[in-house]
Write a protein that binds this ligand. Structure first.
Ligand code: SF4
Length: 236
């Protein structure tokens, strides 16, 4: 199963992708979740943040990173000195995976099959956004983007070439229709602009903001997140 068949081949805006994702049945997670939670943010984002999956609050509101972890991330973005108007935030998996315990919905980490099934949406978002820096939040997103062997604890805060460091970099090298290149008049112009922008792209992994909320020493964990994001801010 895969999201691929639900992606409109001619989509050239994020809104078109988002509308199509609302009807995605690329894996079974849509059956119990409330709705698809697509990415949101600047269409010409310089920094794209990729998390794991929507949480309980996000599932209900239909927006990514609007729960406690999202608030913490936005504070860290501010504290790191990244302009919030230049970011886009999304998840590797776009439906909430959970199990019921009594009346509570408890987060379950998405499996490799969900990450693989949902990956085409991420590739489609990237083909339009073409950010300068991709910030990978936590182990699940790192597996989705940087491969199963990538360890956030070992390599966090380091700038990596993108898409060269991606798992299956060819997915992210394909020239997309390019909303970011909307001003370009011809396919050749778009391809040239896209290639130039891609050449400058980098990725950086850090912890997921929910890990800060769970940490024994929250202040220390928060400072670590901000320090990693300061590496991003310096590059912009
Ligand atoms: S998690 Fe992804 S692939 Fe699965 S149904 Fe939702 S949008 Fe489609």
């Amino acid at each position: 199963m895969s999201a691929q068949e639900f992606i409109p081949p001619e989509a050239d805006t994020l809104d078109e992708l988002k509308a199509a994702a609302a009807g995605c049945h690329g894996c079974e997670l849509w059956e119990h979740a409330s709705q698809t939670v697509f990415g949101r943010g600047a269409a010409h984002a310089r920094v794209v943040f990729v998390g794991e999956q929507p949480g309980d609050v996000e599932d209900q509101k239909g927006l990514p990173f609007v729960g406690p972890a999202g608030h913490l991330l936005r504070r860290a973005v501010d504290d790191a000195g990244i302009d919030p108007s230049t970011i886009y935030i999304t998840n590797a998996v776009k439906h909430f995976r959970f199990e019921m315990r009594g009346k509570r919905r408890i987060h379950q980490t998405p499996g490799p099959q969900h990450i693989t099934a949902c990956r085409p949406w991420l590739v489609a978002e990237f083909s339009l956004l073409r950010p300068e820096i991709v910030v990978v939040l936590g182990a699940t997103a790192a597996k989705a983007l940087l491969g199963p062997d990538f360890r956030v604890t070992r390599s966090r805060g380091q700038l990596l070439p993108w898409p060269a460091s991606a798992h299956h970099p060819e997915d992210f090298q394909a020239a997309g229709p390019g909303a970011a290149e909307g001003a370009a008049k011809s396919t050749a112009e778009r391809a040239a602009k896209g290639a130039a922008k891609r050449a400058e792209m980098q990725a950086l992994a850090t912890i997921h903001p929910s890990a800060v909320l769970r940490a024994d020493n929250r202040d220390l964990a928060y400072q670590g997140l901000v320090d990693d994001l300061k590496v991003v801010a310096k590059q912009l």
